[in-house]
Design a protein around this ligand. Structure first.
Ligand SMILES: [Mg+2]
Length: 259
């Protein structure tokens, strides 16, 4: 089951199926859409908090400080395990009674750097779904973060063969989507952004005139969550799906009707 919106309110899902009759351009987010990502960061934060065993500050209070540091640094340092490790180090420095002279600072950073050693775990149904969709549509991958970290994940995923192009952006803004549309000469009417983040995948894609499919992940990064803004044009479609597997009946199932 899925919920759907359009500028006219709830749209008839059948029109989305019809809409998808022709060859479409499907742009996929990667972290927490194709593979697990945020769970590793949450586990690292838990391990960091346990190790800290701070005498005065609660876990919630320390998390708030980390949030504040992550928000302040994301423009300059971007995303990924290395940026996160630096943020942990900075958090530690802020709350340690010894401040910058605490020799355990480097140890604090290790909790973040260890994320780089995690094996890549594809989400359920991803490989089969992409394999099916790639036979009829043009697929793109758009991920944000550290170039080297994301490249490595893409290589490990074994999914690169399904994509016409993979793009690693520093941040995903409306301009990022407009640039992809221009570079690959995409038709916004038949282009869809598919991802788990309202802030990076859904809202900026809709603002750029694309269609969007929101697939929530049970463990999305809370700093990526925000209200989804309804599409401005009546021709735009916005869907919410429970699983990536539900893309198949929409984009591949409809093909048999059309052919
Ligand atoms: Mg994501």
């Amino acid at each position: 089951m899925y919920r759907s919106w359009s500028a006219n309110g709830l749209m008839d899902v059948n029109s989305a199926l019809l809409h998808a009759g022709a060859r479409q351009s499907l742009i996929f987010d990667a972290d927490d859409t194709l593979w697990e990502n945020n769970i590793h960061f949450l586990a690292a934060i838990d391990a960091f908090l346990t190790w800290l065993d701070h005498a005065d500050l609660s876990h919630a209070a320390i998390r708030e400080i980390l949030d504040e540091i992550e928000l302040a640094n994301r423009g300059a340092h971007g995303y990924g395990a290395r940026a996160f490790a630096r943020n942990l180090r900075q958090t530690f420095r802020r709350i340690s009674p010894l401040g910058e002279h605490d020799p355990r600072e480097a140890e604090a950073e290790q909790f973040g750097l260890r994320i780089l050693e995690q094996s890549l775990q594809l989400l359920d149904g991803v490989a089969e779904t992409l394999a099916t969709l790639a036979t009829r549509h043009e697929l793109f991958l758009l991920t944000k973060g550290d170039e080297e970290e994301q490249r490595l994940k893409i290589a490990r995923s074994g999914l690169e063969r399904f994509f016409t192009a993979t793009v690693i952006a520093h941040e995903k803004s409306t301009a990022t989507y407009q640039e992809i549309v221009a570079t690959h000469r995409l038709d916004t009417n038949s282009t869809w952004m598919i991802g788990n983040s309202p802030r990076s995948d859904i809202n900026p894609a809709l603002a750029a005139g694309l269609n969007a499919i929101y697939i929530p992940h049970r463990s999305s990064w809370h700093l990526e969550m925000e209200e989804i803004t309804a599409p401005a044009r009546t021709s735009q479609t916005l869907l919410e799906l429970a699983s990536i597997r539900e893309l198949t009946p929409i984009f591949a199932g409809s093909m048999t009707d059309v052919d």
